[in-house]
Design a protein around this ligand. Sequence first.
Ligand code: HEC
Length: 94
Amino acid sequence: MKKYSINKKITIITICVIAFSGLFLFSCKESQKVAAKGGTQLWAENCQRCHNTPSPNTFSDEDWKTVGMHMQTRALLTNTERDKIVEFLQNINH
Ligand code: HEC
């Protein structure tokens, strides 16, 4: 009986270790996927959740920087994501 309960504990610990390493691997994969996203994709995915995507020609480079800051707080973007989107918009707005 005692032996059985130790085995059970080992089984539970093993399952936990496997589950956690699985979670760890998954989160690594996930963040790489996010990091690989370019400005175009981030813009398409994020900027029309709340309103129609404004045309890149609407604003100057300087204005896009300001809009980027403003919309970063609305869209809950990271600094990297915001920079990629702003860079994309600045590259095609003229
Ligand atoms: C969570 C909702 C939300 C998301 C996501 C969002 N916006 Fe907005 N956006 C707004 C709201 C609300 C306004 C109206 C102005 C205000 O009160 O902020 C606005 C206004 C704007 C304007 C008008 C100028 C300004 O700064 O007020 C532009 C341009 C704009 N958004 C661009 C973007 C871009 C580019 C993205 C993607 C990075 C984006 N938005 C993502 C909610 C959002």
